[in-house]
Design a protein around this ligand. Structure first.
Ligand SMILES: Cc1cc2nc3c(=O)[nH]c(=O)nc-3n(C[C@H](O)[C@H](O)[C@H](O)COP(=O)(O)O)c2cc1C
Length: 183
């Protein structure tokens, strides 16, 4: 199984990216191959000027084509997902997430915006034809410490992330079964 993680924060170090780092380690322990991508892999002008032929974008598209699942993480900015992440998602082909299981993760300063993943990010993931979009995990800033090095998650967040990753892994397995039955 191969999974892409896509970090949608313009900043580094970053809390939402820390959730991906933790997720990567936990999935690798289950034998999943994880390929991490983040916004810093792209030249800002390629994203801003919608350069569909930029080398990094072509490489991401190739990695996506070979992936079974994707985990997208974003900070909440102005009650939505980050605009920088949108500049990247806008450049992906219409069916970039077809046949893929997708798990969204978000971090924000206030739980008042915890539904932003549902009303803002999920519609975009649907537009990219994601096969299955799982319930996301939202963390508020107080639940993640030391995100510049070894991130420490609160017990509650740890449990919710573990549950979400278990569901994600199960969905990937189900996908494999369906594919095997189809041939
Ligand atoms: C420009 C900007 C806008 C933000 N807007 C919101 C917001 O509307 N709602 C919210 O809950 N948090 C908001 N935040 C806080 C971030 O979402 C939060 O600190 C998040 O964990 C940052 O993630 P990162 O470290 O991965 O970039 C904002 C932060 C910045 C820098």
């Amino acid at each position: 199984m191969r999974v892409i993680t896509l970090a949608g924060s313009p900043r580094f170090p970053s809390r939402s990216t820390a959730l991906l780092t933790v997720s990567q380690h936990r999935l690798e322990q289950r034998g999943v191959e994880v390929i991490p991508w983040n916004l810093h892999n792209f030249r800002p002008e390629d994203l801003l000027y919608a350069r569909f032929d930029s080398p990094a974008l072509l490489a991401l598209k190739e990695d996506l084509a070979g992936a079974d699942g994707v985990i997208v993480a974003t900070p909440i900015y102005k009650a939505s997902f980050s605009g920088a992440l949108k500049t990247l998602l806008d450049l992906l082909p219409e069916r970039a997430l077809e046949h893929k299981v997708v798990l969204p993760l978000a971090t924000g300063g206030t739980v008042a915006h915890m539904l932003a993943v549902d009303y803002a990010l999920k519609p975009v993931l649907s537009a990219l034809k994601a096969q299955e979009i799982l319930h996301g995990v939202f963390a508020d800033d107080s639940q993640i410490a030391h995100y510049d090095r070894q991130p420490e998650l609160s017990d509650l967040l740890n449990t919710r992330l573990n549950d979400a990753l278990a569901t994600f892994y199960y969905a990937l397995q189900q996908r494999e079964v369906r594919l095997a039955q189809a041939v």
